[in-house]
Design a protein around this ligand. Structure first.
Ligand code: FES
Length: 201
């Protein structure tokens, strides 16, 4: 053949010639390769779930979801109260919502009134529109129970918390008490204002 002759066309690959490596992989049955791929995907998902689910639970768990503290709050010692003499005390406790916890926060205040071995507690929030209730000036002389009064719209309440006059739609909101190691503890709660019913807020 002369140098000007066009190169000869390579012969077509013979079906009986040696197989290349790609040819060899192509020769594997396709169902087997799909099985391997599926196993890898399933294994990966299982691993992601094992790691991811506990992490998601940690991130989404609110502080108050477990171990939330009760509403019983200690105030002053029982022997610091004088019979029939209302005493206002601050309610200081930890405050937590779904995500945050604050220590030693003043949540509000209540009036305590001792009667013998019993202690009554009233919310200091006026049920009318939420002003702060004070002890009313004594009406019938020294030592007489004076009750409570609201300075905003002149609602008045007896020493037992019963409404006696004014626009308040209900009595003062009473709260449960108990003695804890000589201290008066109060079951502190808030109630909706402006309605006749005592409904927790
Ligand atoms: S807020 Fe107390 S009388 Fe109105």
């Amino acid at each position: 053949m002369s140098t000007s002759d066009p190169p000869s066309t390579p012969p077509p690959a013979s079906a009986s010639g040696p197989a290349s490596s790609s040819d060899a992989s192509d020769a594997q049955p396709r169902p087997a390769r799909r099985t391997v791929t599926l196993a890898v995907v399933v294994g990966g998902c299982a691993l992601a779930a094992a790691v991811g689910i506990p992490a998601a639970a940690f991130v989404s768990a609110p502080i108050g979801a477990k171990g939330a503290e009760g509403k019983w709050v200690r105030t002053l010692r029982f022997d610091q109260l004088s019979d029939g003499e209302p005493k206002r005390v601050a309610i200081v406790a930890d405050r937590h919502d779904a995500w945050t916890l604050e220590r030693g926060v003043e949540l509000g205040s209540v009036w305590l009134v001792k009667h013998g071995n019993e202690v009554s507690a009233f919310s200091a929030v006026c049920p009318h529109l939420g002003c702060s209730v004070n002890v009313a000036p004594a009406a019938t002389g020294a030592g007489a129970p004076s009750g409570f009064a609201c300075p905003c719209h002149t609602s008045a309440f007896g020493p037992d918390g019963k409404r006696t006059s004014g626009p308040s739609p209900r009595d003062l909101d009473s709260l449960a008490t108990r003695l804890e190691d000589g201290f008066v503890a109060v079951d502190f709660r808030r109630f909706r204002i402006g309605i006749p019913e005592k409904v927790e807020a």
